[in-house]
Design a protein around this ligand. Structure first.
Ligand SMILES: Nc1ccn([C@@H]2O[C@H](COP(=O)(O)OP(=O)(O)OP(=O)(O)O)[C@@H](O)[C@H]2O)c(=O)n1
Ligand SMILES: C[C@](O)(CO)[C@H](O)COP(=O)(O)O
Length: 223
């Protein structure tokens, strides 16, 4: 059984819009619909679980009717942190199988990346997409700072795909603020995570600037 857990339970403070960022239209369609469609296109048979704050669920259902959005999915309640949102959604995920956790605000993940992450996870059990750092990086040490070797770093994307039983076990651990993604939760069990190439367009729409990039991406290519 393959599942996709799409998390959209955040507050979007850095975006700062009244309408939660996952509902903002990009190219005439709410971001979140584009994200769910990416997983449906990859595998129409997979189970899609969408995590949303309870207060936004009725609005989402109205949007789905308005846009005649027909991708089948189940809704789970958002939590106080991303960790807690994932944990709520995981309660609806079946094991054995594979589960990919994906940010609702990453609508530009490529079919190739989704497909490769799920395929690799069959053997590797824990797979995450990453991209190169394309700028010089400095490490801050008090008043001073030094340039570090960027080749020692990667930027992490989603979907992060796991053996479902393994991810459920990992999310039984107590929360710590170091858990910024699913890989960090699994690694805390002592399980290594396999890195594979992400796609550069797979941005996390976080700030108003990202929204402009998202619009430009829609205008400039057929993602
Ligand atoms: N309690 C939370 C926090 C985050 N997320 C989700 O995790 C993804 C990555 O988080 P980010 O984009 O940084 O979202 P926010 O936490 O909403 O942003 P901010 O920190 O600006 O408030 C998003 O799809 C977001 O909705 C979630 O499901 N539940
Ligand atoms: C999971 C994630 O998208 C990987 O880049 C990220 O860790 C979540 O975003 P946040 O901004 O740290 O909440």
């Amino acid at each position: 059984m393959k599942s996709a857990l799409i998390v959209a339970g955040g507050k979007g403070l850095r975006m700062g819009t009244e309408l939660p960022k996952q509902f903002l239209p990009v190219g005439g369609k709410p971001v979140l619909m584009r994200t769910l469609e990416a997983f449906y296109t990859y595998d129409p048979e997979m189970r899609i679980i969408l995590v949303l704050p309870r207060s936004q669920q009725e609005y989402w259902k109205r949007l789905c009717r308005e846009y005649r959005f027909s991708v089948c999915h189940t809704i789970a309640d958002g939590g106080d942190t991303r960790f807690h949102s994932v944990k709520n959604g995981l309660a609806l995920v079946e094991a054995p199988g594979l589960v990919g956790v994906h940010d609702g605000v990453r609508p530009f993940v490529s079919q190739e990346v989704i497909s490769r992450c799920y395929a690799l996870a069959v053997e590797k059990r824990a797979v995450i997409p990453v991209v190169d750092v394309v700028e010089t990086v400095r490490h801050l040490e008090g008043e001073r700072s030094t340039t570090v070797n960027r080749d020692n770093y990667k930027l992490v994307q989603t979907p992060q795909v796991f053996d479902a039983a393994l991810l459920k076990e990992a999310y039984e651990q107590p929360y710590t603020s170091h858990f910024t993604d699913d890989a960090s939760v699994v690694e805390a069990l002592g399980i290594p995570v396999f890195l594979t190439a992400g796609n550069r367009e797979n941005i996390k729409i976080t700030t108003p600037f990202d929204l402009r990039i998202a619009t430009a991406l829609i205008d400039s290519c057929s993602i």
